[in-house]
Ligand binder design. Structure first.
Ligand SMILES: [Fe+2]
Ligand SMILES: [Fe+2]
Length: 267
């Protein structure tokens, strides 16, 4: 079935609206959990999975279709550069969210992701796509067709499922695997691994630990699960079979390319 440029434009607007609403709903779930004093991990993992499974593949498809066409358009090259940087920022914020243990910080980061997408999509809706539609030199319907081919049919990752509701760790792990698989499908296996690794590392318990005479609920990580490139802020405990490492508040631990743990004072 052939569609017109205007119909393609409307379909792109509708898709942006859906992505924005779904991200917003998930960000609100993170904020809601934090506000109610509940653990936010499952809601955060759901947001990350949606970002990785739907939003980033959409962004990757745009970068191969709509963006090159827009960059060739008079006066739009600078804006396309900005939009590409925003795609990168979305993925960085997602990876960061997966490593946040503090509820308030996670809620703020989740809202920042949803907010950035809203602003980003508005620029596409109101400036970039209308310019392509009226420019006549680009066939928006054909671009939409290419985008669909490129994004594939990854499907929406299942929300935190009822069947796993009694096992939040299994739910989070399943969402992580889906998000990593979706990112890998979008041609970014490296980033998929980093997000999965950092979020996997966040699957930890907390233990009461006394620092400077004060007991704090300290995150405990399994040392062997910390992957290359991961950064953790103290306070934290790293458990391994023959050793326990204490990262104090004000220190940062980073896993280097040889899997050594480098601990430095935070600047
Ligand atoms: Fe975009
Ligand atoms: Fe878009």
């Amino acid at each position: 079935m052939t569609i017109t440029g205007t119909e393609a434009y409307k379909a792109m607007l509708a898709h942006h609206r859906e992505l924005g609403e779904e991200l917003g709903r998930r960000a609100d779930a993170v904020s809601g959990a934090v506000a109610a004093g509940r653990p936010h991990g499952t809601a955060a993992a759901d947001l990350i999975a949606y970002l990785a499974g739907e939003v980033l593949p959409h962004a990757a498809a745009e970068e191969k279709t709509v963006y090159p066409a827009a960059a060739a358009h008079d006066g739009l090259a600078g804006m396309v550069g900005e939009m590409l940087a925003e795609h990168v920022t979305l993925s960085v914020l997602g990876a960061r969210l997966s490593a946040l243990t503090d509820g308030a910080a996670a809620a703020e980061q989740a809202q920042q992701i949803a907010g950035l997408f809203t602003v980003h999509a508005a620029k596409e809706n109101e400036i970039l796509l209308p310019a392509l539609l009226t420019g006549k030199s680009v066939d928006l319907a054909a671009l939409l067709d290419c985008m669909h081919d490129d994004a594939g049919h990854a499907g929406t990752p299942a929300p935190a499922g009822e069947s796993q509701a009694d096992d939040p760790q299994a739910t989070v792990l399943s969402l992580l695997l889906q998000s990593a698989a979706a990112l890998a499908r979008a041609g970014d296996a490296d980033r998929a691994c980093r997000i999965a690794a950092s979020a996997w590392a966040a699957l930890r318990e907390t233990r009461p630990v006394r620092f400077d005479g004060k007991i704090v609920a300290c995150p405990v990580y399994q040392r062997e699960k910390l992957d290359v490139g991961l950064t953790l802020r103290g306070p934290a405990i790293l458990d391994q079979f023959d050793c326990t490492t204490v990262i104090c508040a004000g220190q940062v631990a980073r896993v280097d390319e040889w899997k050594n743990l480098i601990v430095t004072e935070e600047k």
